[in-house]
Ligand binder design. Sequence first.
Ligand code: ASP
Length: 352
Amino acid sequence: MKRRQFLTLPLVGVPFYFARDLLGQVREKTSNLSVRKPVVVSTWDSGITANKAAWPILEMKGSSLDAVEAAGRASEDEPSCCVGLQAWPDRDGRVTLDASIMDGDGGCGAVSFLERIKHPVSVARKVMEMTPHVLLSGEGAQGFAVANGFPLEEGKLSPEAEKEWKKWLEKSQYKPVMNIENRSNWRPANADGSDIPPPYRFDDGSFNHDTMATAALDASGKLAGMVTTSGMAFKMRGRVGDSPIIGAGMFVDNGAGAAVSSGVGEEVIRICGTHTVVEQMRMGRTPEQACREAVRRVVKRDTARARELQVGFLALSKKGEIGAFSIVKGFTFSVTNSDWPKGKVFESKSWF
Ligand code: ASP
């Protein structure tokens, strides 16, 4: 199932305060929580799945870094439009993945434009732990992954991704290949093609994103974060979003807090989104206020345009406070700790 269907179906025709997710939970519209540690928070309703993988590690007093990596792997395994190898491709029909991971002491690793590797979040962790670098990209990232034992997958689109891509090709009249079955011939017909941007919304009105991002605070008080995504569907080949950019898609500092984002990555990069959020927390703002300030900076740049797109920030302070904020309605996040061992979904407040 597409993640956006998962998100929207249960809400159809019901007033917000009765809205329930698929687990039957009422979604509360609050983002000023103070919770018991250890705790794990993830973007979207599907963060429940990510948190479910992270929680046993945290519950057993494991590290937040192990927990967020497990969350990322669970998301990468789950078929969806927006994360992992079954996700929707770029406009040339290739799935390219971005991921990052960070501990609260400045340790970080990331991969971008990575193809045919199932678990980019784990490759990002290897970059962090086994190289002097922070970010590996494309062919180099793939070679590094294979050299470290990650299998090179087939690189075939999932049936749903192929269907959606073909629909988009028809609609946008973008013709990257004459014969899509003949993959060795794949190359863009329109090498420039900058006239066809990825859509901010799909035909059903849902936004073109759903990056999975997780932050965790472990029993010893240490924070970690991760992001994993296929980026925006039908993006220009080579496009990299905010997710693998430390300080844009994710930032963690044990002295203040952790922040992650989902939405139009270019807008997040422009304002160093999650670094902004963490610095605001350091200055004493609550996680929700800090996320709101980052959203304000995106909106301020072009208010009319901002209404048309979505960016959501989610933050976890070192004290275990949680907050979120988005540009427009609909940004949800999942929280799991000993009070909600099966996870609980909240909706953030929004600018519009
Ligand atoms: N932030 C991601 C990107 O721009 C998109 C998403 O949230 O799915 O690549």
